[in-house]
Structures are given as C-alpha cells and as structure tokens.
Design a protein around this ligand. Structure first.
Ligand SMILES: Cc1cc2nc3c(=O)[nH]c(=O)nc-3n(C[C@H](O)[C@H](O)[C@H](O)COP(=O)(O)O)c2cc1C
Length: 213
C-alpha cells in the first residue's frame, strides 16, 4: 500500500474483531516506523505503553469512559509524552549530531540552551505543547504505518488522564495526548461513509489569513 492509499483509506474503526491477535513482531514494526516521525530538536518525547492483556484492557476501558473498542481492539497504545524530554534527551541527541556530521563538537555548547529557551520552564504551557505536538506527529505516523501493515486504528481522547496514569504507572509530569486502539475490522461490518470534511476553500488561506465567516 502506498502512502496516499494509506492516508485515503484510514478510518477510525469502532468495531474491532475481538478474537484476532496481531502477529508477532508486527506492532513492533509499526512502532519502529512511527518512531521515524519528526520531532523538535529531534528530542522524541514520546513513550508508548502497549496494552494487550485482557485484564489490562478492561482496566483501561474503565479509564476511557467505558468505550467498548478499548477492550475489543487487539491492542491499545497509550501514547504518553514527557515535557522533561528536553533535559532527558538533549545530550544524547547533540552527541549523535556531532558523530553523524550534522554539527561540529565546538557548536554543542552554543546549541544546547536553544530548546530550553524555546520551551521555557518545566511547568510551562510551552513544555506541555512541545510534548503534545511531537507525540501527536508520532501518533499520526503510527496510524498511517499501521494501515501499511493491514491494521486499523482508532485515536481516542475520551479518557481520564489521571486515572490512566495511576492505573498504568505513568509519572504525573507526563501528558497523554491520546490512546490508539489497533486491530482488525470485525467481519461483516460495513463502515458508514467517510465523515464530513471541510472543503479546502473554507480553511486554506492564500498569502495571509482571511476570515471566511
Ligand atoms: C485526538 C483525537 C481524539 C479522538 N477521540 C475519540 C474518542 O475518544 N472516541 C471516539 O469514538 N472517537 C474519537 N476520535 C475519532 C474521531 O471522531 C474521528 O477521527 C473523526 O470523526 C473522523 O473520522 P475518521 O478518523 O474515520 O476519518 C478522536 C480523534 C482524534 C484525532
């Protein structure tokens, strides 16, 4: 499947086949491909909790307003993101940039403060936005990669973040931009037509923003 087809055929699936397992290694490949998503300063703040065990899915469903797909999908991924990834990853990223020829060793000291200046203090809104933006790109890449492996997905914001963190041992500072159910469409289910999309002329602005309503 090419990337255009993957994008055009992706749908948020409500009716997963609860009896199907994802073959060994496939989810790992999907995550590996999603991990190629771009990120600010290449800081990769995302973390993924893979929830496959039936009892864990039941617990997660309780945190997700009882949405049945959480239990029915073959796996549900908790996409979490660390606002502290700046501190945690910057030195490793800069070191690799020097090793790979992106940067000279003498430029490291000058570059290191940049993400700290851009994203501010740990508890700032900019830090949370940094975490959410980058993990959302990871999540979208993951849904497209899943299509390429014949897997359907469903992103979800309908969950209680504190409960998910508590139930799955995720530290308080993390943000959870979304859960993603992954699996196979149940046999015999016919999808409704694709949901409304706003026409381009409503939201594409040429040259400068112009209010259209
Ligand atoms: C961040 C995000 C959160 C969402 N949360 C939920 C959710 O909790 N429950 C649900 O049924 N659908 C959820 N959706 C799915 C949307 O309703 C769906 O993407 C939209 O209707 C368009 O349909 P499509 O993805 O099939 O094109 C979410 C989608 C996104 C991107």
């Amino acid at each position: 499947m090419d990337v255009r087809e993957a994008i055009r055929s992706r749908r948020s699936i409500n009716f997963f086949d609860p009896g199907r397992r994802i073959p060994e290694g496939v989810l790992e490949e999907v995550i590996e491909e999603a991990n190629l998503a771009p990120s600010s300063f290449n800081l990769q703040p995302w973390e993924v909790v893979v929830v496959k065990d039936p009892e864990d899915k039941r617990r997660l469903r309780e945190c997700a307003f009882n949405q049945p797909k959480v239990e029915e999908a073959s796996a549900v991924l908790i996409v979490a993101s660390d606002p502290m990834a700046v501190e945690r990853h910057i030195d490793r990223v800069l070191k690799s940039m020097v090793e790979l020829g992106y940067m000279k060793a003498e430029d490291v000291e000058r570059t290191r403060p940049m993400p700290f200046n851009l994203y501010g203090e740990m508890d700032s809104e900019r830090r949370r936005l940094f975490a959410v933006k980058n993990a959302s790109l990871f999540a979208m890449s993951l849904m497209i990669a899943a299509m390429g492996h014949g897997l359907s997905t469903h992103p979800m914001d309908g969950f209680n973040e504190s409960k998910v963190k508590e139930a799955f041992g995720i530290p308080g500072r993390f943000v959870i931009p979304m859960l993603i159910a992954v699996g196979y469409l149940r046999d015999g289910v016919t999808l409704l037509p694709r949901g409304l999309r706003r026409p381009l002329e409503e939201f594409v602005h040429l040259g400068r923003f112009s209010p259209k309503d």
